[in-house]
Design a binder for this molecule. Structure first.
Ligand code: NMN
Length: 276
């Protein structure tokens, strides 16, 4: 299927609904879903929901709200207190399932209040290739991933987004900051805030893709291998600043950034289990 066929497939699926809610993060995938929904159904029939929580950064939230508004739709802002869920608070391997469960449940509550026909999200084919327990929660809660249904891969999303003139989406893929902590350790607000400060500082130095993986008070910095030298050149400044935030040891991961690194400690059996 070429990109035009894929686009047409999404449009014909959209036409089955009159009014939709889009789970909107400000990233390229959900921005494309929002754009196609607006172009097909009109701004008055599309609402974007942006969720805020301690597990994501305020900057991302604000960017998503701003971008949603510039696309002409009503943006519904909602706060989710993920840490009240024990699996999430103790960073169990099932926490990804529970985060998405709470997220889609909240979307369904809003969908009911707003009397929409469908809840749409921005999942794409690439999301199926990773450890993504959240997909099961999506299916249970009945949210629809139009891009996945129409066989969109990241390259398709980028092509179509360019063709449609989408520019302002948040270019760096992000996810819950719980991915920085080892499984089966408690996520405290203090540790989360320290981590966010450290990553924000590193981003301010130009490391757009960065993870500070945390082990107690040791920070292990992951940047793409091509940027490791650049990072080390600024070792003194980075070491001092991260210690200021409260880390005792500041280290560089010589393997470079690898998404999903914390999953290396999980067996397939644990990955496939839904209860801890
Ligand atoms: O790029 P990092 O920080 O390593 O995080 C990516 C990892 O986070 C993924 O490999 C996955 O294990 C996890 N994740 C899970 C979901 C989900 O199941 N809904 C979503 C986003 C990230």
């Amino acid at each position: 299927m070429n990109i035009l066929d894929k686009q047409n497939q999404v449009i014909s699926m959209l036409k089955e609904s009159k009014k939709v809610l889009v789970a909107f993060s400000g990233g390229i995938d959900s921005t494309l879903v929002l754009k196609l929904a607006v172009d097909t159904l009109g701004t008055q029939n599309v609402k974007a929901v942006v969720a805020n929580s301690v597990l994501f950064t305020q900057v991302e939230f604000d960017q998503a709200v701003g971008l949603g508004k510039t696309m002409g739709v009503e943006v519904i802002q909602t706060e989710i207190d993920y840490l009240t869920n024990e699996s999430i608070k103790y960073n169990k391997p099932t926490s990804w399932y529970w985060m998405k469960k709470l997220f889609y449940q909240r979307l369904n509550e809003i969908a009911k209040e707003e009397q929409v026909d469908a809840v749409l999200d921005g999942m794409i084919m690439d999301d199926q290739q990773d450890f993504r327990p959240g997909l099961r929660a999506r299916d249970e809660e009945g949210a629809i991933s139009l891009l996945q249904a129409a066989d969109f891969y990241k390259s398709d999303v980028r092509n179509l987004a360019t063709q449609l003139g989408l520019k302002n989406w948040n270019k760096v893929a992000s996810c819950s900051v719980s991915s920085r902590f080892p499984y089966n350790t408690e996520l405290t607000v203090v540790a989360i805030e320290r981590l966010k400060q450290a990553e924000a500082f590193l981003r301010s130095l130009g490391f757009a893709t960065v993870r500070v993986r945390v082990q107690d008070l040791t920070a292990r910095i992951e940047v793409p291998l091509t940027q490791v030298n650049e990072l080390i050149q600024q070792a003194g400044q980075i070491n001092a600043q991260l210690k200021e935030y409260g880390y005792q040891f500041v280290t560089v991961d010589l393997q470079g950034f690898k998404s999903g690194r914390m999953n290396d400690q999980l067996s397939n059996e644990v990955k496939n289990a839904l209860v801890d």
